[in-house]
Write a protein that binds this ligand. Structure first.
Ligand code: ZN
Length: 260
């Protein structure tokens, strides 16, 4: 049975690696979505600001057209001076010239005002343009990196599953089924727990002495009453180091046992 338990420990190691990789894989799509949204938002902000600048520029052109027409009109009317026949006509002309000049001045002030607004909008755009473009670039790079990482993890997971299948095929069916039942109901992917000094290392609960002794005997599968993990005797070296009771069973555990 100890041999089977050792195989289960290896299987657990393999499943843990699969579990870790799948956890990363599960989290990445959400992060990618966040990055894509960030790229969209940063881009939209730039589009809005650029749109604002060109809207003001359009407005400025319209005002300049009006101003040009106003100045043409002023020139035209000034040329009519020679045709004046009396004082009334002269006064009327002066008033009209005055009106046109006032109108032109107002438009010209509006153009200056729009110029100032364009300047502000442009400064605002300039200020965040470099920053946003840099952030967009970084987000795109991170996104590409994530997609690459996902591909590589997916192929790793596939290999790990193959490794797992090979390992599982060497384990007795009944034991494997028990292991898999526990794995399915486990939230953290943990199925195997070492025991040391009457304690389950899976959940740190103190085990009943009889149960602990059974685990050391390793004659059948024992599970922790608290965390449901399959209990296995701990590696003797750890017990030595911590100065606790030596639970190593050298007779049944060949020294060539490797960790990985
Ligand atoms: Zn436990």
């Amino acid at each position: 049975m100890l041999e089977e338990l050792k195989k289960l420990k290896k299987l657990q190691k393999c499943d843990e690696q699969i579990f870790q990789r799948e956890t990363v894989l599960d989290a990445l799509p959400e992060e990618n979505e966040r990055l894509e949204q960030q790229i969209r938002e940063l881009g939209n902000k730039l589009t809005d600001l650029r749109g604002g600048v060109s809207l003001h520029e359009d407005e400025r052109r319209k005002r300049e057209d009006i101003l040009n027409r106003g100045e043409e009109k002023l020139k035209g009317i000034t040329g009519k001076q020679s045709a004046i026949r009396n004082k009334e006509e002269y006064n009327a002309l002066l008033r009209e010239i005055d009106n046109i000049k006032r109108f032109n001045k107002e438009i010209s002030e509006e153009v200056s005002e729009i110029d100032r607004e364009i300047e502000i909008k442009k400064q605002e755009l300039e200020l965040i343009e470099q920053e946003n473009l840099k952030k967009i670039q970084e987000a795109k790079q991170k996104l590409a990196k994530n997609l690459e990482q996902m591909k590589s993890i997916e192929s790793e997971v596939e290999k790990k599953y193959q490794e797992r299948d090979k390992l599982a095929a060497t384990i007795r069916q009944a034991i494997l089924r028990k292991y898999e039942r526990i794995l399915e109901s486990s939230s953290n992917g943990r199925v195997i727990a070492e025991t040391e000094n009457y304690i389950c290392r899976g959940c740190n609960m103190t085990l009943p002495p009889q149960l602990y002794n059974n685990v050391l005997k390793a004659e059948r599968i024992e599970t922790c009453p608290n965390c449901q993990c399959i209990l296995i005797p701990t590696d003797g070296r750890k017990a030595d180091k911590k100065g606790g009771p030596v639970v190593r069973d050298t007779a049944e555990r060949p020294s060539e046992e490797e960790e990985e």
